[in-house]
Design a protein around this ligand. Structure first.
Ligand code: AQP
Length: 327
C-alpha cells in the first residue's frame, strides 16, 4: 500500500478551511492507503505560542482527528515532537536547500511581512515539512491548495538528495480535494480563510457553537448583483457555494439551479443549516473524546512508537548514504 502523509498545526482551533481542505479528506484515505496523520507542534512554534495554549491545542487537534473519524487502528496518529527524527532529517535537508528558494515561498513572504522580526524558523518551515513527508516515503500529501508550493519544494529537495546520494526518497505528490481546496475568508473573498485572521467573522471554527456558525454565515459579505452564480465575478458567493457543495455533496450547478432566484437571504439561511448539520456529529464526538485523557494518551503514545520505527529506518539510510558512521 502507498503512504499518505498529512499534518495540521496546533496553532489555534481549526477553521472550516482546514476542515474542507484537509481534515474532511483524511478519513476516506484510510481505507486505501497507509496513512500517517501528525499534529505538527514543531511547525506551530514558528510563530510565538503560549505554552499552555499549545498544550491545550495539541490535545484539541488530536481529539478533532479522532472525532472526524481517523482510526488509530488503521492510521498512525501522532505528535511531531514525539519523533525526533523529524528534526534530525530537517537539519540534513537544510544542508541541501537553497535560501533563495525558501525566500520565494509565498507563505514565508506573507508571514514575515506580518511580523516585526523575521525568525529563521519561518524561513525553514518548508524544510521541516519536507522532512515530515520524506521520512515516511510518502506518495501522497492531502493538503489545501495553499500548500502546493511547499510540496513542489519537497519534491525538489528529494530529487536533489536522490541524485546526489542515490535513490533514497519516494517523490511525493499533492492530493487536493475536488471542492474547497481553498476556502476564502467570509469577510474578504480574495484572501484565504485563516485562523490567524484578526476578524473572527472571517472564519468559522469547527468548534464554534451552532448559533455562532449561523450568525457568521449570515454576516458573510456578498455583492450587489443579487443573483446566485458560480463565477469569478462573484467570489464571495462562489466561496459560499463551495462550502455548500463540500457539506451537501451537491454539485455547484445543482446549488445554482436551486437557489438562482431565491436570493442571498434564503441561500445563507440554508447554508447555515447545511454546515451546522454537517459539523454536528464531529462537534458531539469531540466533547466525548476530549474528556478522556487516558485514551488520548494511549493514542499518541502508540502512534509515536509506530511512527518512530518507520522514521528511524529512513533516517538510518540517509545517514549511511551521507557517510555518517553508524553507532
Ligand atoms: N482556507 C483554506 N482552504 C482550504 N484548505 C486550507 N488549509 C488551511 N487553510 C485552508 C489547509 O489546512 C491544513 C492545515 O493547515 P495548517 O494548520 O497546517 O496551516 P495553515 O495553512 O497555516 O492554516 P491557517 O488556518 O491558515 O493557519 P494560520 O492562520 O496560522 O496560518 C493544510 O493542509 C492547509 O492546506
Amino acid at each position: 500500500k502507498k503512504v499518505v502523509y498529512s499534518g495540521i498545526q496546533p496553532s489555534g482551533l481549526l477553521t472550516l478551511g482546514n476542515y474542507i481542505g484537509a481534515l474532511s479528506n483524511f478519513r476516506e484515505l484510510q481505507e486505501e492507503y497507509n496513512c500517517l496523520y501528525c499534529i505538527v507542534d514543531m511547525h506551530a512554534i514558528t510563530v510565538a505560542q503560549e505554552p499552555k495554549d499549545l498544550r491545550k491545542n495539541t490535545l484539541d487537534i488530536l481529539s478533532l482527528y479522532l472525532a472526524a473519524g481517523l482510526d488509530p487502528e488503521k492510521s498512525i496518529i501522532y505528535i511531531q515532537s514525539h519523533v525526533p527524527a523529524h528534526a534530525e532529517l530537517a537539519w540534513i535537508l537544510n544542508t541541501i536547500t537553497s535560501v533563495g528558494q525558501l525566500q520565494r515561498m509565498t507563505q514565508f513572504k506573507d508571514k514575515s511581512k506580518r511580523s516585526k522580526e523575521v525568525l529563521a524558523g519561518i524561513l525553514n518551515y518548508p524544510v521541516l515539512m519536507a522532512a515530515d513527508i520524506l521520512l515516511y516515503q510518502s506518495s501522497f500529501v492531502p493538503v489545501g491548495e495553499d500548500q502546493r508550493q511547499h510540496i513542489e519544494l519537497t519534491r525538489d529537495i528529494a530529487q536533489r538528495f536522490n541524485s546526489r546520494y542515490s535513490e533514497t526518497f519516494v517523490i511525493p505528490e499533492i492530493l487536493v480535494s475536488k471542492v474547497g481546496a481553498k476556502i476564502m475568508s467570509l469577510q474578504d473573498p480574495t484572501i484565504k480563510m485563516s485562523k490567524s485572521d484578526p476578524d473572527k467573522n472571517s472564519y468559522i471554527l469547527i468548534l464554534d457553537s451552532e448559533d455562532e456558525t449561523r450568525k457568521k454565515i449570515k454576516r458573510a459579505v456578498t455583492d450587489s448583483i443579487g443573483e446566485i452564480n458560480y463565477s469569478d465575478d462573484q467570489l464571495a458567493i462562489k466561496n459560499l457555494i463551495d462550502i455548500y457543495t463540500a457539506f451537501s455533496g451537491k454539485t455547484s450547478e445543482e446549488v445554482v439551479d436551486y437557489y438562482k432566484d431565491l436570493g442571498y437571504g434564503v441561500f445563507k439561511e440554508d447554508l447555515g443549516e447545511v454546515v451546522v448539520e454537517g459539523l454536528r456529529p464531529i462537534r458531539e464526538r469531540f466533547k466525548e473524546i476530549r474528556s478522556d485523557g487516558e485514551y488520548l494518551e494511549k493514542v499518541y503514545r502508540e502512534g509515536a512508537e509506530k511512527a518512530s520505527y518507520l522514521a528511524n529506518k529512513t533516517l538510518r539510510k540517509v545517514y549511511r548514504k551521507m557517510g555518517f558512521i553508524a553507532k
